[in-house]
Design a protein around this ligand. Structure first.
Ligand SMILES: NC(=O)c1ccc[n+]([C@@H]2O[C@H](COP(=O)([O-])OP(=O)(O)OC[C@H]3O[C@@H](n4cnc5c(N)ncnc54)[C@H](O)[C@@H]3O)[C@@H](O)[C@H]2O)c1
Length: 244
């Protein structure tokens, strides 16, 4: 049987690792990219394999198109490239007047251009197969904005436009494209926030707590799977209800 492979970028930790575990549990072969820590990637592989899943770590920087093409080439060794989760992302916060060009470019390059490069490489296979599902990890900040994050919010709002346009391009090839917009989720990314900012954030969330990576992963897995076969071009917020 031709196994269905799902590529997850930035998969070694946080939301990416949670997504990889849920997808592997649904019997997808997960090809997860990592940039720096080989050990974390191997630890995740062992954890998933102990539960009977398949996880293939591949080193790749999403800002580099040849790396993205290499991920797809690797994935093809394990089956059909069926899914892609553009999860890799960074923050580099500052107020506009203090934000350097490097702060701006680093975030746009990783969060937006990275998704473009990885999608271009993977979508070729999905179009050929007339089957596929792409999920982009945006953010509530891309929907509502956030002071101190013009670079990050522009990248995440960009992913929303990217999702909607690509859904229109690929729909007729039976490739669906959707996005998830998480709110505040407990990961390394939000651990950098000050206690004061975290407290303020919790007050703005109707559920009065940060979310868990698994709570985002379940929605992503639903959008990848055929359970969501008639959902295309949607942005699903996973934020516990938020008013930024
Ligand atoms: N944590 C939150 O509250 C939150 C909220 C909304 C959206 N998100 C988004 O969810 C995604 C995952 O974030 P997280 O919270 O798990 O953060 P995280 O920092 O734990 O994980 C980010 C992952 O991206 C990878 N990455 C960074 N640069 C890369 C590059 N150039 N190439 C390939 N991989 C790269 C990192 O190695 C890491 O594995 C990000 O896109 C983030 O913007 C997070």
């Amino acid at each position: 049987m031709n196994k269905k492979v799902v590529i997850v970028t930035g998969a070694s930790r946080g939301i990416g690792a949670a997504i990889s575990k849920v997808l592997a549990n649904l019997n997808y072969v997960v090809v997860g990219t990592f940039v720096s820590s080989n050990e974390t990637a191997v630890a995740l592989k062992n954890e998933i394999e102990e539960l009977g899943g398949t996880y293939i770590p591949v080193r790749a920087d999403v800002r580099v198109s040849s790396d993205c093409e290499n991920v797809v080439a690797e994935a093809l060794n394990y089956g059909q490239v069926y899914g892609l989760v553009n999860n890799a992302g960074i923050t580099n916060d500052n107020l506009l007047l203090r934000m350097t060009e490097e702060n701006w470019r680093s975030v746009i390059d990783t969060n937006l251009t990275g998704a473009f490069l990885m999608t271009k490489a993977a979508a070729k296979e999905m179009i050929k197969n007339r089957e596929g599902s792409i999920v982009n990890i945006s953010s509530v900040v891309g929907l509502y904005g956030n002071a101190g994050q013009v670079n990050y919010s522009a990248s995440k709002a960009g992913l929303i436009g990217f999702t909607k346009s690509l859904a229109k391009e690929l729909g007729q090839r039976n490739v669906r494209v959707n996005a998830v917009a998480p709110g505040f989720i407990e990961t390394d990314m939000t651990s950098k926030l000050s206690d004061e900012l975290k407290e303020k954030a919790v007050q703005s969330i109707y559920l009065k707590r940060f979310g868990r990576a698994e709570e985002v992963a379940e929605v992503v897995a639903f959008l990848i799977s055929e359970k969501s076969s008639y959902i295309n071009g949607e942005i699903i917020e996973v934020s516990g209800g938020i008013a930024l």
